[in-house]
Design a protein around this ligand. Structure first.
Ligand code: HEC
Length: 134
C-alpha cells in the first residue's frame, strides 16, 4: 500500500516536471503577433500616431474613416511635390517639423502645434507620402 502510494507520488511528480517543462517552452515561444507589432513599418506607426493625435478631427486622411474634419485641407493625395501649406519646400524633415509645430514652421499657420514626438511626426510624414493615390 505504502509502495503504491510512493509510486503514485513519483508519477505525479514526473508529470508536474513535464508540465512545467511544457509551460516553460510555451513561455519562450513568441506570441504570433509580437513580430508584427515590434517591427511595424514607419507607415503603420504613422497611421497609429495619426489616430492617437486626432488629426482626423480637422483633416480628411486616407485610412481614417472617422472623423473626417474640414477645418484643415484634405490630406488625401498628399505628395512630395506641392509645397507644404503652400509655402514650405516639401521634404520629409520639413513635413515632420510642420506636423509637430505648424506655426513655428510656417509663421501664421492656423494649424495648432500637435502633441506628437519627433519620431511620430516622421512616421506620420512617411504615412502621408505613402498614400499618394488616395
Ligand atoms: C485643429 C485642427 C487641426 C488639427 C487637429 C490638425 N491640423 Fe493639420 N492643418 C490644419 C489647418 C487649418 C491647416 C492649414 C494650415 C496652413 O495652411 O497653414 C493644416 C495643414 C496641414 C498640412 C499641410 C497640408 C497641405 O496641403 O499643405 C498637413 C500635412 C497637416 N495639416 C497634417 C496634420 C497632421 C498629421 C495632424 C495630426 C498630427 C494635423 N494636421 C492636425 C488644422 C489641423
Amino acid at each position: 500500500m505504502k509502495g503504491e502510494y510512493r509510486q503514485k507520488a513519483a508519477k505525479a511528480a514526473r508529470t508536474a516536471v513535464l508540465l512545467l517543462g511544457v509551460a516553460v517552452l510555451c513561455a519562450c515561444k513568441q506570441p504570433p503577433d509580437e513580430r508584427v507589432t515590434t517591427q511595424a513599418s514607419a507607415e503603420e506607426r504613422g497611421l497609429a500616431a495619426i489616430r492617437q493625435a486626432g488629426c482626423g478631427a480637422c483633416h480628411e486622411i486616407a485610412g481614417i474613416d472617422w472623423p473626417r474634419g474640414r477645418a484643415g485641407p484634405s490630406l488625401m493625395g498628399f505628395d512630395d511635390r506641392t509645397p507644404i501649406a503652400g509655402v514650405l519646400p516639401n521634404t520629409p524633415a520639413n513635413l515632420a517639423a510642420f506636423i509637430r509645430n505648424a506655426p513655428a514652421a510656417v509663421p501664421g499657420s492656423t494649424m495648432p502645434p500637435m502633441p506628437v514626438t519627433e519620431r511620430e511626426a516622421r512616421d506620420i510624414a512617411a504615412y502621408l507620402y505613402s498614400r499618394p493615390d488616395n
